[in-house]
Write a protein that binds this ligand. Sequence first.
Ligand code: ZN
Length: 142
Amino acid sequence: MSVKSLNHIGIAVRSIDEQKTFYEGALGLAFEGFEDVPSQKVRVAFYRAGDVRIELLEPTSTDSPISKFLEKRGEGLHHLAFAVEDIQARIDELKSSGFRMIDEVPRSGAHEMHIAFVHPKSSFGVLTELCEPASAGQSHDG
Ligand code: ZN
């Protein structure tokens, strides 16, 4: 399996507003907008850094996976997301190579992407996401 590129870096934050002064103000990254991702109970702010996005993940509920992360580890790096082609085949490859997946079938993420997480116990402590534009999967069928 080989990934196409690093697509984005997810960062867990308590408050997107508080971090704006750093990412937008100090670093001068272009703010691209917000998106609510109900499946993960997060609000996401997108910043563009060249070909890579920075995604600030703010929990919208106390039972959000991001709330749990913040309680356990505090604010900081949450996950790396790699763009892949044929995400289900990549998941199956990882599983057959003995890696543990959080998502054995892709689910909907921000930016109309199909996403799947590799369990961090299988990926040496770094939560790793695979992502593929949702439109890519549909064109295979059509
Ligand atoms: Zn992500």
